[in-house]
Design a protein around this ligand. Structure first.
Ligand code: ADP
Ligand code: ASP
Ligand code: MG
Length: 403
């Protein structure tokens, strides 16, 4: 079998842990499999590099940030390769460019456009283990190094697995699979054997950082067999992320996600003319800002109020876009002491009363809901950040997810 393995920041967080990863790879290689391993930077490294840059500028050039951040994963890929070679296994590290990963020009959140697998195939034919520096590629136009957004090594692994038609893509992290909610918040959370791509995509998009959302989207599109498991207990089977039809038992609610990195934007007294919403949200989309949970309410004298949420990382960019609408708005404010809790489950499609149970669960804890949004398989609620963990536990309880 050809296996693509991905090791996250904690899994390569110390030199001992890099050796532990080398041992996992050696065992899989000894079982007769071909291995491409994708690695993250050592935990904390990416944040440290960002702090270094912030020391010099509030607004550093995105392509310089990419040059800076891409170094983190290169360090781990080289160290792991050196360790394997020393222990008698033929290995080679590759940067994103060497692995053939070409992206668009959106520095710091680049999208993969294509992967030329020639280099990787040649190395596999030579019997080598390939260690790819995750989270990076090269831009098609300017041939600069680019990065794929936070958590992007997951995407590197899935995209490679899809392009090279690997048999499986295993994402090794510090928990042994996908749980009904973050086990660090609710210790009674239960591990799932399987979860559908769509549910996992919602959970990831709504804050469960155990998998990066774009990696799940790509796994679904390319039909990649995706597994989430632990590098600390590699003998334990993880969770399979798969097609909905491969899952027999469909619980109404599969999991609960929490996103603390949201900002609520309020635009009050917006001139109510046809096309105003379109121009605001087009401007935000053009700036690559991911808007969620839009609420429009009628204001006074021919004006309207708009509330929506954005990721905290897009806050500065959003402020720039809002400047353009200043003359058409009485007041614009931002609130970052909020969070978003969401319940996700494909079974919701065919059940009633799911939402009311969530609202009662929060009401019983005296938690006020500020914004609600629903889709076929999810319900999201914005609440005050100080209630984040309480809200997650109350919802986990309400749907008996610990049973
Ligand atoms: P890595 O550095 O390996 O990429 P991450 O920190 O990005 O790992 O993701 C793993 C973390 O995701 C876990 O430590 C856990 O706290 C968190 N997490 C959030 N939601 C879930 C969930 N539903 N199931 C498992 N882990 C979750
Ligand atoms: N090192 C990058 C990050 O911290 C990418 C990754 O770990 O997947 O976001
Ligand atoms: Mg991650």
């Amino acid at each position: 079998m050809l296996k693509v393995l991905k090791f996250g920041g904690t899994s390569v967080g110390t030199l001992e842990r890099i050796q532990n990863v080398a041992n996992i790879i050696k065992k899989i290689k000894d079982e007769g499999h071909d291995v491409i391993a994708v690695v993250s930077a050592m935990s904390g490294e990416t944040n440290k590099l960002l702090e270094y840059a912030a020391n010099f500028s509030n607004n550093p050039e995105a392509n310089e940030i990419d040059m800076l951040l891409s170094s983190g994963e290169r360090v781990t890929s080289a160290l792991l390769s050196i360790a394997l070679n020393e222990q008698g296994y033929k290995a080679t590290s590759m940067s994103g460019r060497e692995a053939g990963i070409v992206t668009d020009n959106a520095h710091t959140k680049a999208r993969i456009e294509s992967i030329d697998t020639t280099n990787m195939k040649n190395a596999l034919n030579d019997g080598k283990v390939i260690i790819v520096a995750g989270f990076q590629g090269v831009t098609e136009d300017s041939k600069r190094v680019s990065t794929l957004g936070r958590g992007g090594s997951d995407l590197t692994a899935v995209a490679i697995a899809g392009a090279i038609e690997a048999d499986v893509c295993e994402i090794y992290t510090d928990v042994d699979g996908i749980y009904t909610t973050d086990p660090r918040i609710e210790p009674r959370a239960k591990k799932l054997d399987k979860i559908s791509y769509d549910e996992m995509l919602e959970l990831a998009s709504l804050g469960a950082k155990v998998l990066q959302n774009r990696s799940v989207e790509m796994a679904k599109k390319l039909n990649v067999n995706l597994v989430s498991r632990s590098s600390f207990t590699p003998e334990v089977e993880g969770t399979l992320i798969t097609k909905e039809e491969n899952i027999m038992e469909k619980p109404v609610v599969s999991g609960i996600a929490l996103d603390r990195n949201q900002v609520r934007v309020g635009m009050y007294g917006v001139i109510d003319r046809p096309g105003i919403a379109s121009s605001i949200f087009t401007a935000l989309a053009d700036a690559n800002i991911n808007v969620d949970m839009i609420v429009q309410t009628r204001g006074l004298d021919g004006t309207t109020d708009l509330d929506f949420t954005i990721p905290r990382t897009d806050w500065e960019d959003c402020k720039k876009v809002m400047e353009k609408f200043k003359t058409e708005t009485k007041n614009i404010d931002y609130n970052d002491t909020i969070c978003k809790v969401s319940i996700v489950g494909v079974g919701m499609k065919s059940h009633t009363g799911v939402a009311s149970k969530a609202f009662s669960a929060l009401a019983n804890e005296n938690i006020n809901i500020r914004i609600i949004s629903t889709s076929e398989i999810k319900i999201s609620m914005v609440v005050e950040e100080k209630y984040a963990e309480l809200a997650v536990r109350a919802l986990h309880d309400a749907y008996n997810l610990d049973k």
